[in-house]
Design a protein around this ligand. Sequence first.
Ligand code: GFB
Length: 312
Amino acid sequence: MEKDAKIYVAGHQGLVGGAIFRRVKAAGFGHLIYRSLEELDLRNQGAVADFFQQERPEYIFLAAAKVGGIHANSTYPGEFIYDNLQIQNNIIHQAYVNKVKKLLFLGSSCIYPKFCPQPMKEEHLLDGKLEPTNEPYAVAKIAGIKMCQAYNRQYGTCFISLMPTNLYGPGDNFDLLDSHVVPALMRKCHEAKVAGAKEVVIWGTGSPCREFLYVGDLADACLFLMENYEGSEIVNVGVGQDLSIRELAELVAQVVGFKGELAFDPSKPDGTPRKLLEVSRLHAMGWRAQMPLEEGLRRTYEWFLASPWAQR
Ligand code: GFB
């Protein structure tokens, strides 16, 4: 990417888009384009076409998406499939029509089968049935990958796809019902500490395993791949290590300073038993995640304490 290239970060108000925006700016790229949700509804085909005509971006980070944790995915399956298909269809198609030089599409580790061999390799895509709690979201993300690959094949575009593992970090959504597990546990532990409560309730059995990538590391990987990768094959982005939800809860409680009990509510869904990405493709290209989990959690908690979420 040229330093004065016109770069569109779709989703710059979100956890991932915000981190990409800051990373790209810090690297000295001066011509970034963005629109707020109020200014541009990315689900609207005509509005997206007009935006592209007007701005003519040269590079795109496609981080705009409807996202959420296990409960949000199960509660709003219609929104998860419709919003994501619309957003990505509109942007990917307009990127082709307007001859964008390169587009980076962000998928998710939930594209892999529920009972995928671990760690999950890129070639396991479409090898088996998906996890039901987030199937509509996963199907939309798989459609995005296939659309990038199909356009590359038919039209000679350069659309690359990254599959990040579970993410966390400053800027996350701390809504207790819709969020992912890290912000939910952090807020629960914080509120229990402040209230002097004896226990925090964790959804599920605590036995599922997840891998957590700091969003600043993901942003760094996005910039790295935008500058160094041109293939159609998807690339996993993870840390190569996972832990159980119980272990995560213990670590979050320690970072927050909550000293009470951790209770488990098995009436809530566990989701996929394990999700660990195989990251040798990315390592072979010369990129590795840097942020240790505990330090990433500390930085996230600092951000949370200064945010309106801590005042609620
Ligand atoms: O982060 P999470 O919602 O997403 O949940 P998934 C991870 C695990 O943490 C599940 C447990 O086993 C949850 O049951 N958990 C325990 C909690 N306590 C809580 C809590 O208070 N809140 C939440 N949210 N979880 C998502 C997908 O799956 O992963 C998305 O639904 C996306 O589509 C995302 O792919 C990365 O890892 O289960």
